[in-house]
Ligand binder design. Structure first.
Ligand code: UD1
Ligand code: MG
Length: 451
């Protein structure tokens, strides 16, 4: 290969013991999507490039997820976790030699922007064959320190190996490193594990490059973009930053958030214009909200589509497979799951509608439940257009309520109801005239007698 190529190497083989989790670190979710997915999306934004993911033996869940997002991704296995430099070496067999840039990035820094990565690739030129990502850390903590001499990067020192003076440096290593392909193999072969951690540090590439007379560039990025995830506390910081970005994006697109900091979105949330979202709303993965929809406070929505002008909540739960039609009203304490609610239907209070169709303009009374599950299988309830389901009806599926039919309040409906019919299933009401008065009188007498 003679033309200049871009090859990325994503490191995700680390043991990540500080997460204290049975789930590999790269699969912990940020805004409803695995951390690694965010990194893959960033490198996909680089245009034509080849990508290699480095995982540990047996990390099939990580490589499987990555392949589902990026089918042509190469997978390299790092047999023993001996450091970031060792992990980069494991990718070498998958890297084509020639001219170009290898960009090594970490699977645990999901906020890095594609623009920053593109800047690093541009900075990695024959005159500066190594470019590292630097940021000013408010609290440098355990990040590697960038040691400069007369403005030039001379080495990166890990916190563990830093002198007191080096530890005071606030310019830190963001983790990503771009290296010219022409030098990559040689520089990686020079790495040694002669440090406190007894690891092969990728960061030592800088000192080796300088010793060979090669200059190293630093590309700066804001701290918020660099945050690495080594613990659950870091995960929360990254989640908060991602939420800030997502909220800003939807507001930019014409969405009103009554109290932005209490609204949680997912990376894949699609929202139209003039949507209003009230306080304390959680939107999980797979949600599409059309223009003009109002989501009132305290709703939880995941895996559903909501059409123009619908009103949801307060306190509604929309679960996967819900399709909410235009101008539909879903009120408080209503749960929908795998349900098609057609245009103009109303389910205003205290209902469970699952595995069902609710026809256009049907009215579902308070407390209506579709009894969809018999302990083994799920069954379907079909409610026709314009039907009126009386309050506190139980619709025992499979069952079909015809168009325009009524069910009486409190009915347990186990048989299909014909269109425009009324079905009532409850015992007849009887009345005993004067019973309450004589009952009261009797007990008043007892009381007076001191019994
Ligand atoms: C690393 C950098 C540090 C930088 C910080 C930024 C080194 C030596 N240190 O430290 O300078 O400030 O990131 O977040 O590079 N990995 C492997 N195989 C291994 C070890 C790690 O694939 O043997 C992967 C991890 O899965 C992770 C990434 O490399 O995705 C970084 O490893 P981690 O252990 O998190 O390094 P840090 O201590 O954060
Ligand atoms: Mg890390």
């Amino acid at each position: 290969m003679t033309h200049s190529s871009i090859q990325t190497v994503i490191l995700a083989a680390g043991k990540s013991t500080r997460m204290k989790s049975s789930l590999p670190k790269a699969l912990h979710a940020i805004a409803g999507k695995p951390m690694l997915g965010h990194v893959l999306a960033s490198v996909a934004g680089l245009g034509e490039a080849r990508h290699v993911l480095v995982v540990g033996p047996g990390m099939d869940a990580v490589s499987g997820y990555a392949r589902s997002q990026m089918p042509d991704l190469a997978i390299a296995i790092q047999e023993n976790q001996r450091g970031t430099g060792d992990a980069a070496r494991a990718a070498l067999p998958h890297i084509t030699s020639g001219q170009g840039v290898a960009l090594v990035i970490f699977g645990d820094t999901p906020l890095v922007r594609p623009e920053t990565l593109a800047e690093m690739i541009a900075a990695c030129r024959p005159e500066t064959p190594v470019a590292v990502l630097g940021f000013e850390a408010r609290d440098p903590a355990a990040y590697g320190r960038l040691v400069l001499d007369k403005g030039m990067l001379v080495k990166i020192v890990e916190r563990k190996d830093a002198t007191e003076e080096e530890a005071r440096i606030t310019l830190c290593n963001g983790g990503a490193m771009a290296v010219r392909l022409e030098q990559l193999g040689d520089l990686l072969s020079l790495l040694r594990d002669n440090n406190k951690a007894r690891e092969f540090y990728l960061t030592d590439v800088v000192a080796h490059a300088r010793a060979a007379g090669l200059a190293c560039a630093v590309v700066h990025a804001p701290e918020a973009d660099i945050q690495g995830v080594n613990s659950r506390a870091d995960l929360a910081v990254v989640e908060a930053e991602m939420q800030r970005r997502l909220r800003a994006r939807v507001m930019e697109q014409g969405v009103t958030l009554s109290d932005p900091e209490t609204v949680y979105l997912s990376t894949d949330t699609i929202i139209g214009q003039d949507v209003t979202i009230g306080q304390n709303v959680v939107i999980g993965p797979g949600v599409e909200i059309a223009s003009g929809v109002t989501i009132k406070p305290f709703c939880h929505i995941e895996g559903g589509k909501i059409a123009e002008g619908a009103q949801i909540g307060p306190y509604a739960r929309i679960r996967p497979g819900s399709e909410i039609g235009r101008e539909v009203h879903i009120g408080n304490f209503v749960e929908t799951k795998k349900a098609k609610i057609e245009d103009g239907a109303k389910i205003n209070h205290l209902s469970y509608i699952g595995d069902a169709r609710v026809g256009a303009r049907a009215n579902i009374g308070a407390g209506t439940i579709t009894c969809n599950y018999d302990g083994f299988n799920k069954h379907f309830t079909d409610i026709g257009a314009g039907a009126f389901i009386g309050s506190n009806s139980s619709l025992v599926a499979p069952v079909k309520i015809g168009d325009g039919a009524y069910t009486g309040s409190g009915s347990v409906i186990t048989k299909d109801v014909a269109p425009d019919a009324l079905a009532v299933e409850r015992s007849k009401q009887f009345e005993k005239p004067g019973w309450a008065a004589s009952f009261r009188a009797r007990f008043m007498d007892h009381k007076k007698a001191g019994e």
